[in-house]
Design a protein around this ligand. Structure first.
Ligand code: UTP
Length: 296
C-alpha cells in the first residue's frame, strides 16, 4: 500500500495578469463560476478525494482567500436572524474544520515551481496532492478522486491529463504516453510548451498532480526556466528519471478559468448544470441573443 495522501497544496500567489483589470486588487482565485469562487471548487474536489490538510501558498493581496475559509460571525448571525437556515448550512459546509488549513506566503511570484517549494515545511516528508485552482473541472467523480483511485494501486507520482487539439499543444505541458490504459499509463517523458511537430502526444497536464516529497529538493536546485519562472515541469523531468510517473486520462473536462474564454465558458456550462438556474438561464440567454441579433 502506498503512503496515504492527506495533504493538498493550492498555489494562489500568482498575479493573474491574463485577467486584468479584474485581478488588480482581487485574487484571481476569488473569481466566481456562477456563485462559487474558483478556490472553493478546488477545495471541494480535494475533500471529496479524502484530503484532510489544506495548504495555501498565498501572496500579497490574497488575504481575502484566508477570510473566505474562516467563519464570518456577523453574516452568520444575520442569516440566522432572517431564518435563512439553508444558506447558513451551505456556508458552514464549505469550511475546512478548525486546524485543517495552513497558509504560507510566496513573497515574490517566481513561478509555480517556486510556489510549490514554498509549501515544503508544511507538507513535510509525505506525498501530497497539488491543485491549480484556476483549472476548474466538470467531472464526476472529481478528477483528484479519480487520480487517487489509480494512486492506491500504483503509488509514485500521478498526473491528470486531457486531450487538446494538436495545433494548441504549444500552450501546455505535454506528456509522452507509454504502456497502460487511460486510467493509469506510464509517462515516459514530459515537455513544457512544445512546437506541434515536436510534441510527443496531445495529452496536456491540466493542473492536478500527486507528487512525492523528493520533488522539493529538486525544486530548490532549480534555476529560472521558461519565462524567467521556476518551472514545476523542469523538476518533474528530473524526478521521472528516479521515480515512476503515471498518467490518468480522467473522465471530465477542464476549463482554464485563468483565461477569459475558459472562464466565460465555465460560467455558461456550470449554470446550465444547475437545476435551479438551467431553465431561466437558457431563456435569458436566448432572449438576449435574439435581442442582439434584432439590433437591440
Ligand atoms: P498561472 O501561471 O496560471 O497564474 O499559475 P498567474 O501567473 O497568476 O496568471 P497569469 O498567467 O499572469 O494570468 C497557475 C497557479 O499557480 C499560482 C497561481 O496563483 C495559479 O493559481 N502561482 C503562479 C503561484 O502561486 N505563484 C507563482 O509565482 C505563479
Amino acid at each position: 500500500m502506498p503512503n496515504r495522501v492527506r495533504t493538498a497544496v493550492f498555489p494562489v500567489a500568482g498575479l493573474g495578469t491574463r485577467f486584468l483589470p479584474a485581478t488588480k486588487a482581487m485574487p484571481k482565485e476569488m473569481l466566481t463560476v456562477v456563485d462559487r469562487p474558483l478556490i472553493q471548487y478546488a477545495v471541494d474536489e480535494a475533500r471529496e478525494a479524502g484530503i484532510e490538510h489544506f495548504v495555501f501558498v498565498t501572496g500579497r493581496n490574497k488575504g481575502v482567500i484566508e477570510d473566505h475559509f474562516d467563519r464570518q460571525f456577523e453574516l452568520e448571525q444575520t442569516l440566522e436572524a432572517r431564518g435563512r437556515t439553508e444558506a447558513l448550512a451551505e456556508l458552514q459546509k464549505d469550511l475546512p474544520s478548525a486546524g485543517q488549513s495552513s497558509f504560507t506566503r510566496q513573497q515574490e511570484p517566481l513561478g509555480l515551481g517556486h510556489a510549490v517549494w514554498c509549501a515544503r515545511e508544511l507538507v513535510g516528508n509525505q506525498p501530497f496532492a497539488l491543485l491549480l485552482p484556476d483549472m476548474v473541472f466538470r467531472a464526476r467523480p472529481g478528477v483528484l478522486k479519480q487520480m487517487m483511485q489509480t494512486y492506491e494501486e500504483t503509488g509514485g507520482n500521478i498526473i491528470g491529463v486531457e486531450e487538446v487539439d494538436p495545433k494548441d499543444v504549444s500552450s501546455y505541458g505535454i506528456v509522452a504516453r507509454g504502456e497502460g490504459p487511460d486510467s493509469g499509463f506510464r509517462i515516459t517523458g514530459m515537455v513544457e510548451k512544445p512546437r506541434t511537430e515536436d510534441a510527443p502526444s496531445n495529452l496536456f497536464i491540466s493542473g492536478r498532480y500527486i507528487l512525492q516529497p523528493e520533488i522539493f529538493a529538486l525544486l530548490s536546485e532549480q534555476t529560472r526556466g521558461a519565462g524567467g519562472e521556476i518551472q514545476l515541469t523542469d523538476a518533474m523531468q528530473i524526478l521521472i528519471r528516479q521515480q515512476d510517473f503515471t498518467g490518468v486520462k480522467y473522465h471530465g473536462k477542464v476549463f482554464d478559468c485563468g483565461s477569459k474564454l475558459g472562464f466565460l465558458a465555465a460560467n455558461v456550462i456550470f449554470a446550465l448544470d444547475r437545476p435551479d438556474l438551467a431553465e431561466p438561464f437558457r431563456r435569458a440567454i436566448s432572449d438576449a441573443v435574439l435581442g442582439v441579433s434584432d439590433g437591440m
